[in-house]
Design a protein. Structure first.
Ligand SMILES: Cc1cc2nc3c(=O)[nH]c(=O)nc-3n(C[C@H](O)[C@H](O)[C@H](O)COP(=O)(O)O)c2cc1C
Length: 396
């Protein structure tokens, strides 16, 4: 059964999709999606940073033939952005991990599956095509880590994205206030809130419950040689505060394909990533969900590009909601931009079709901005198209 009263064609931008998501979701799910951490200072800064960067367009350029394509790791993508890994995405639509991957495939962009998915990584790989990467919440327990990484390898994931910015969990006070826990637990408050959001209750929560039981993470009950080494995400991530570069060296030996580190915010760490054999990095503050007060990726992008741009592929995420944001980061030297919430707003607003709509909006906005600044293809974007605030100008 599906109650669908939203006309996605009337969502003209990502903010429209966010409004539908807010309306559809109970507070416990919406806060987990939308909020950052503590006072949401970094969350807000991730948006305002773009307002300080302006375009310097060239005029009377023939832009009648233009392309959004980028080539990365030997693959050509239709647009210069992809979908970032988001755990517990199944709270936003039924089997969201598959919906996100399929929408990415249809749009010709990469998708990163989170360790914390409600659908097992093998199923996502099997049932959705396209370019899929696997995000790893690394375990200090080598046996557990080896088990999960081997599963991602055997399922055919093309790249491993190791998230490095969670030595401890961020301080998400709203989650505690809302009683947010996975496996999902019902209390009176969220039962009433669920009942007030019937579309979500029926199409997402009850459908998941009937199909596969109480929503839970499917990748971390890692079974190594018939022995369960971790029963849940917390157990799997035990001693994550002890992780260091030696764990990356170990992973580099074990993982045969592309290796990327997600959560790099300094040129020094980017250089270490290159030294330890990474193929790329995600310049990211986790969408403002870990350290409140952390710098926004766009502010440090130029110095990181200057340090390792010729050695590593540079992805960037956190705060991207408009095509213009994406073009600005590409002009500053990023190879690709990733979106987390923008895709999940789409999932909550309309399942796979909603994610497709989100990606379509971003693609058309990128295309329009490219034409308006007089640039016909992504590799031709340079800081010359931008007017930058002083600290950024010094780093370019
Ligand atoms: C609901 C949600 C869940 C997330 N889960 C993960 C995760 O499991 N692993 C991870 O590395 N990052 C996770 N992130 C962070 C995203 O990968 C990405 O860094 C962030 O969303 C980018 O910012 P944006 O949402 O403003 O685009 C999550 C983000 C959100 C919104």
């Amino acid at each position: 059964m599906s109650i669908q009263i939203v006309n996605l064609a009337n969502a003209f931008n990502i903010e429209d999709l966010r409004c539908i998501a807010e309306w559809r979701l109970p507070r416990i799910a919406y806060d987990f999606l939308e909020r950052g951490v503590e006072d949401d200072v970094t969350l807000a800064a991730n948006r305002t940073v773009f307002e300080r960067i302006h375009f310097k367009p060239s005029t009377l350029v023939d832009v009648s033939s233009r392309s959004r394509q980028v080539t990365l790791f030997g693959r050509t993508f239709t647009s210069p952005f992809g979908i970032a890994p988001t755990g517990a995405a199944g709270l936003y639509c039924f089997e969201a991990d598959i919906a996100l991957a399929r929408a990415a495939e249809a749009a010709g962009v990469p998708f990163v599956l989170s360790t914390a998915s409600f659908v097992a990584l093998e199923r996502v790989a099997r049932e959705a095509g396209g370019t899929q990467w696997f995000q790893l919440y690394m375990s200090k327990d080598r046996e557990a880590a080896r088990g999960l990484v081997a599963r991602a390898r055997d399922a055919g994931y093309e790249a491993l994205v190791v998230t490095t910015d969670i030595p401890v969990a961020g301080n998400r006070e709203y989650n505690r206030r809302n009683g947010f826990e996975i496996p999902f637990r019902l209390n009176l408050g969220n039962m009433i809130d669920g009942a007030l959001h019937p579309h979500w209750l029926v199409n997402v929560f009850l459908r998941t419950l009937l199909d596969s039981g109480v929503p839970r993470f499917q990748n971390v009950d890692t079974n190594v040689g018939g022995r369960i080494v971790a029963k849940n995400l917390s157990e799997f991530r035990a001693r994550r505060d002890a992780l260091d570069w030696s764990d990356i060296a170990w992973l580099r030996e074990f993982w045969p394909r592309k290796l990327l580190l997600k959560g790099v915010l300094t040129a020094e760490d980017a250089l270490l990533a290159a030294q330890y054999g990474a193929d790329g990095i995600f310049v990211s503050n986790h969408g403002g969900r870990q350290l409140d007060g952390a710098v926004s990726p766009v502010e440090v992008l130029p110095e990181i590009v200057a340090a390792v741009g010729d050695r590593l592929a540079i992805m960037v995420d956190s705060g991207f909601r408009r095509g213009s944001d994406i073009v600005k980061a590409l002009a500053l030297g990023a190879d690709m931009v990733f979106v987390g919430r923008a895709a999940l707003y789409g999932a909550a607003a309309g399942g796979e079709a909603g994610v497709r709509r989100a990606l379509e909006i971003l693609a058309s906005e990128v295309d329009r901005v490219m034409a308006l600044i007089g640039c016909t293809d992504i590799p031709s974007l340079t800081p010359e198209y931008l007017v930058l605030p002083e600290p950024l100008r010094r780093a370019v």
